[in-house]
Design a protein around this ligand. Structure first.
Ligand code: GLA
Length: 732
């Protein structure tokens, strides 16, 4: 019994010591405005009111927009935090909306985001947690210390908002940061430390075995090396990475427990180059309503110049033989069988095709580009034109990409005197843009909201539905993305919360769109509320977003792609598609600052494969003018895209979900089946292909088509599916 009491006593002593490893502070003195003197440790802030650090200042009756506010956080730091190897203290401030500079006892210790007066101007970092390190020698142990935080707020809301501020002993990842970046086939590591320390680096390179088609990577013997780190000095090392190779770097510190690790995978191209002879890569069918303009560009790859011909054209439709662009209109409903022909110096290609003049458009999912995932609210007509021109010059239009969609931020601050919507100064000539696109067989898309405001805070369509539909028609708009956003205000104010009240704004716009003398693809964007897939057809929508916004992380792709689409396959079909949001490959950024997608190369193969299987809208989200070979290979594989554009229009079903492996399959119009075998695990997994196919009832096959590699591969073999990667095959 005595032993038990002593054990309990020791346990609680250890626990309270452990608890004393940090101090939390929930409020601070606060003042609006900006004054350099407020950073000083001795400044008398006793007259300043107290604000909570767990709620933004707007929720506490303070409003500051495009201006500054200062917090002064007082904290007694117990000397128990002094013990330990590092001699450093961590200020864990949490996220701050939008940019900050922070002083500890009068000394500047950190800055995140930037202010309008900074050389590059203002940039928000509202969601980034601030973790600043201070030297333990600067702490006044067991006495009052002051953390002064200067905050700039670009727009509502502002300030600290998430959680109490924490002062603690830093961990390894607070002191040392390790990053890996790659360009082409080389990988660069940067190691930084906030203190003098040392440790061991372990570098593992994996590469494919020459001549082995299984996809297995062989891990070379790790290279181990000692490193010495000191503050302000960066350790930079780089290694060549073999094609399709990967590199893993691990750092273990001599003073801190734990380890840091990072991986880099080199992009690798699977799609074989297109032949120089003409090859058709587009959809096999095109739907247009009687009397509506036919806008269609023949999608042939191959060396240019090319001359085009179309056999069987109905009256009213003409072909531009040097551009391969169809225009005109057809009065009579009916299926018109055509033969699309292209010739160049190397030969000729012919493709049977159906022009379907009837009530239904979007007979295959839309393919094109949208400005949001790259430019966000910084979109301009010039940037849109750059992507549109590159769609043609870089050859993406030869694979069926046709829509050029302007997302939010084209709208002026106010409507014209007659109530009509107008473009802001970034879009000097929207009609001119439409005319240029149509002349090249491409189509113009636009964005608005049924509310008074869009998500980006621009003018919405509320109470101007008819007028806006007419204006868009006059500009030549062929696609409308109609985003709920500001409509939530209207919705909140009404007592009716039934499905009908979700349908209402979309039904209203549908009526006016259909009154226009052109086909306008109707894209609903309301994130899947009220099971939109069950009533999207009823408002004649051509697609509906099924989830919130995608971003370029595995978490987002996994959640949207693998968790949220499984039950939706019954609702897709020609004319009506589930939309899991736009593509996040290539250079994205949602702002003026673009960067490479943060998805690994294998995650990007998975993304495009899954979107093809899901018969999803294929809207490229990167700047096409800056497209690289790897991204082109992802977007322009004719066999992969043929699955997305298959005229049966059946969305894939998830057949197997076990041990982190998923098999999705979709039947195709030619009687074949497209199958994706996905590895969602964090390690590579060897898969016996015959065994995997048997799980979905496919036996007795000797070869199948590997769609990415465009190669027949034996079934009786083991293939390594990389972590977060896929084998995409077709069975005839
Ligand atoms: C919402 C949509 C996005 C984009 C933005 C524009 O977030 O879901 O796709 O259109 O609005 O503000």
């Amino acid at each position: 019994m005595k032993k038990f009491v002593i054990a309990c006593y020791l346990f609680f002593c250890c626990l309270s010591l452990a608890l004393a490893q940090e101090v939390k502070v929930s409020d601070a003195r606060f003042c609006k405005g900006d004054n350099a003197a407020w950073s000083a440790a001795g400044f008398d802030d006793s007259a300043w009111p107290v604000l909570s650090l767990e709620k933004n200042w707007d929720d506490q009756g303070v409003r500051i927009t495009e201006d500054y506010g200062w917090y002064r956080i007082h904290v007694v730091i117990p000397s128990v935090l002094k013990n330990g190897a590092s001699g450093l203290v961590l200020l864990d401030l949490g996220p701050i909306d939008d940019a900050d500079q922070t002083w500890f006892n009068g000394q500047l210790v950190g800055k995140t985001g930037s202010m309008p007066d900074d050389p590059d101007g203002y940039s928000s970092q509202w969601s980034t947690p601030r973790r600043y390190i201070v030297d333990a020698g600067k702490v006044r142990w067991d006495k009052d210390n002051v953390i002064a935080v200067r905050v700039y707020n670009g727009g509502d809301p502002g300030g600290f908002f998430e959680r109490p501020v924490r002062i603690a002993k830093p961990g390894l990842s607070d002191v040392v940061t390790l990053s890996l970046t790659g360009e082409k086939d080389a990988c660069r590591m940067k190691l930084r430390s906030a203190m003098k320390t040392s440790g061991t680096l372990e570098v593992c390179i994996s590469e494919p075995v020459v001549g082995d088609v299984s996809g297995k990577l062989e891990e070379k013997a790790p290279v181990v090396q000692k490193v010495k780190l000191s503050p302000g000095k960066e350790t930079v090392l780089s290694w060549p990475v073999p094609e399709q190779g990967r590199i893993k770097v691990t750092y273990r510190d001599d003073r801190f427990d734990g380890m840091l690790s990072a991986r880099y995978a080199a992009p690798y191209i699977l799609t074989p180059p297109a032949p120089a002879t003409p090859r058709y890569n587009g959809p096999l069918v095109f739907g247009v309503r009687p009397g509506s303009p036919v806008i269609f560009r023949l999608a042939f790859s191959g060396e240019k110049p090319m001359v085009y011909d179309v056999e069987g054209l109905p009256e009213g439709v003409v072909l531009n033989p040097s551009k391969g662009v169809l225009s005109g209109s057809v009065a009579e409903k009916g299926d018109y069988p055509l033969v699309l022909v292209a010739r160049n110096a190397h030969g000729e290609a012919r493709q049977a095709f159906t022009l379907k003049v009837g009530d239904q458009i979007a007979l295959t999912p839309p393919m094109g580009w949208n400005s949001w995932n790259c430019w966000g609210l910084s979109v301009s007509q010039e940037k849109v034109m750059a992507s549109a021109a590159a769609l043609i010059n870089r050859g993406l239009a030869d694979y069926g990409y046709a829509y050029i969609n302007v997302d939010d931020a084209w709208e002026a601050e106010e409507r014209a005197a007659d109530g009509s919507i107008v473009c802001n100064e970034k879009f000097p000539d929207m009609k001119g843009l439409g005319d240029w696109l149509h002349g090249n067989g491409l189509k113009l898309g636009i964005y608005s909201s049924p509310g008074d405001r869009t998500c980006g805070g621009y003018l919405g369509t509320l109470d101007h539905e008819k007028q806006d539909a007419e204006t868009w028609n006059s500009w030549g708009v062929d696609y409308l993305k109609y985003d709920w956003c500001g409509y939530s205000k209207v919705f909140r104010a009404q007592s009716d919360k039934s499905t009908a009240s979700y349908v209402r704004p979309y039904l209203k716009m549908q009526e006016y769109l259909r009154q226009q003398p052109r086909d306008i693809f109707y894209s609903l964007c309301q994130y899947g509320m009220a099971d939109v897939w069950t009533w999207g057809h009823a408002v004649d929508a051509n697609s509906w977003r099924t989830t919130g916004d995608i971003t370029d992380t595995w978490k987002s792709l996994y959640n949207i792609g693998f968790q949220r689409q499984t039950e939706l396959y019954p609702y897709a079909g020609p004319g009506h598609w589930n939309d899991p949001d736009m593509l996040v490959v290539g250079k994205v950024g949602w702002s003026d600052h673009l960067r490479d997608s943060r998805l690994t190369p294998d995650e990007q193969y998975t993304h495009i494969t899954l979107w093809s299987l899901l018969a999803a809208n294929m809207l490229i989200g990167c700047d096409i003018a800056q497209i690289d070979d790897f991204t082109f290979n992802l977007l322009c594989n004719n066999e992969v895209n043929a699955v997305n554009q298959d005229i049966l229009g059946r969305q894939a079903h998830r057949d197997v979900n076990e041990d982190g492996m998923q098999i999705w399959s979709r039947p195709l119009a030619d009687g074949g089946t497209a199958i994706g075998i996905f590895n969602l695990n964090d390690d590579d997994v060897p898969v016996n292909l015959a065994g995997a196919l048997a799980k979905i009832g496919l036996t007795g096959l000797s070869t199948v088509r590997d769609l990415w590699r465009q190669q027949d591969i034996p079934v009786d073999a083991v293939y390594t599916i990389p972590t977060h990667g896929v084998r995409f095959i077709k069975v005839k």
